[in-house]
Write a protein that binds this ligand. Sequence first.
Ligand code: AP5
Ligand code: MG
Ligand code: ZN
Length: 216
Amino acid sequence: MYVILLGLPGAGKGTQAARLSAATALAHITTGELFRDNIREGTALGEKAKPFVEGGLLVPDEITIGMLLDRVKQPDASAGFMLDGFPRNLEQARALDEALSREGKQIDEALYIKVSTEELVRRLAGRWSCPQCGAVYHEQSRPPMKPGVCDNCGAALYQREDDRPEVVRTRLEVNQKNLQPLLDYYDGRGKLREVDGERDPETISKDLGRLIGIGC
Ligand code: AP5
Ligand code: MG
Ligand code: ZN
């Protein structure tokens, strides 16, 4: 099964992808995390992506599309994947469809997690992330058991560079501009499903799981 999670920054794509991929054999692939890993490791790709990621802008398609298409060829994605943060524009959506169709595959579902801007700003301001396992926490709604420490792996949590308020504003603007054409693209192909993302994470996972035919 090939699933896409759509939603603005802070909508809960990472939170839900982690829950759903734990309940399935689907690989959780997040372009944002791939970029942050490359930046941390100082790779050539990371150097190119850094100013865009830290400034809240989209990394150019010529970097992003190749990186994602290489990642989905890895063995862990052979049984299917759940994409978190890709595609973010029509060029990326078309490139993905073309690559899949060359292998006789197609996207099964595009799941849109809808959340209001005020709630997104609140979520991003209180988020703490794990650099090692990618787990996400929130100061109020999902605090770690021990402040500043990841429950899963014990690593020290950090606040993302692009969660600073001025960068959050840019990220929201950039993503809002690109979202509607993407929703229309998948709706026109009969793949789009929308869920209300302003409920507790467990309820949202149940809804999403039902839409892709799994219990979680
Ligand atoms: P990326 O890392 O994907 O960032 P994003 O899209 O801005 O999304 P976030 O990770 O901020 O939010 P999320 O939806 O995953 O929410 P989360 O689950 O963490 O991309 C980063 C950057 O990389 C981009 O800006 C761009 O530069 C580049 N990039 C990536 N992909 C690209 C592409 N395809 N093309 C070009 N450039 C690309 O939740 C947020 C917070 O809310 C957490 O604290 C969480 O605990 C809390 N929370 C989650 N769900 C709930 C709930 N139901 N109720 C209450 N709180 C909740
Ligand atoms: Mg995320
Ligand atoms: Zn961790």
